[in-house]
Design a protein around this ligand. Sequence first.
Ligand code: ADP
Ligand code: NA
Length: 330
Amino acid sequence: MTKTRLYSGMQPSAESLQIGNYIGALLNWKELQQTHDAFFSIVDLHAITVPQDPTALRENTRRTAAQYIAAGIDPSASTLYVQSHVAAHAQLAWVLNTITGYGEASRMTQFKDKSARHGADATTVGLFAYPTLMAADILLYQTSIVPVGEDQRQHVELTRDLAVRFNSRFGDTFTVPEVAIQKETAKIYDLQNPLSKMSKSAESHAGVIWMLEDSAVTRKKIMRAVTDTDGGVVFDRENKPGVANLLTIYSVLAERSTQSLEDEYAGRGYGDLKKGLAEVVTSTFDPIRARVQELLDDPAELDRLLAVNAAHAAEVADATLDTVFERVGF
Ligand code: ADP
Ligand code: NA
């Protein structure tokens, strides 16, 4: 029986992933890799759509790969590779650019947000074409399932439109993928601003828990997390977003219901809840950080793993690209 093909990826845009990436992506991927033919990419081509320091980018790409592996993505069960190692991504993206409407691309809300943030002068064609590169990532592997956050839904919808359009214009070539939006319960918010999503690219790092930071730092950030003055350990996302966020993280990492946590911490105050949470987070990340260090201490072995995986990815991707080139008349 052939397994359903799945694709997802993350940008190597920081030295460390944050706990939202772990809970919202990696934990989920670890499950999915058992039942799917999974391709997990480190998308460095996407990362350079905003300026990156070359040395840092190369380093962060390796570190991101090490974090995938340390978090449980198995490079012999999944295909774990660096996007720029597979030339077909950029090649297919070019072809897809030629069937994408300018107006259609202009409607992408992430482009509008990012270009507003970076200003007109720093807004590049690369940033504009980000969604067609993402479509190429997905379509190259004849992907059926794309597990992403809600913020990527519009890009996957565009990918579907482009697949259907190419297929009808040039003949059946691409599998039309399904969007698999991750559960809202897995969304993690900034500890200092529990109404905004925790992010690698947050302006302030005070409310971001990094997978690779020292556990004493993590502990301090959790103890300082914004809550409220009500004092009750109750899961109420609307009225108590800070406490709800702490309970969400706790619940996912300890594999316990928020109800059982409410019961345990009833009448005990936020200090105890935070101490308990800090314990759970640091005992999750301590062994991951140690494993990352081991992997980074043997760069030749890590590079070998990435090369083997990229070779497999390229084999699959090139088969699709050959068909595309033939169909468009190359
Ligand atoms: P970041 O904002 O940290 O740069 P991305 O937007 O690149 O993260 O997302 C990478 C992956 O991590 C996606 O699958 C996304 O859904 C997941 N992710 C990122 N931040 C969070 C979060 N705060 N909560 C849950 N999942 C998240
Ligand atoms: Na593999």
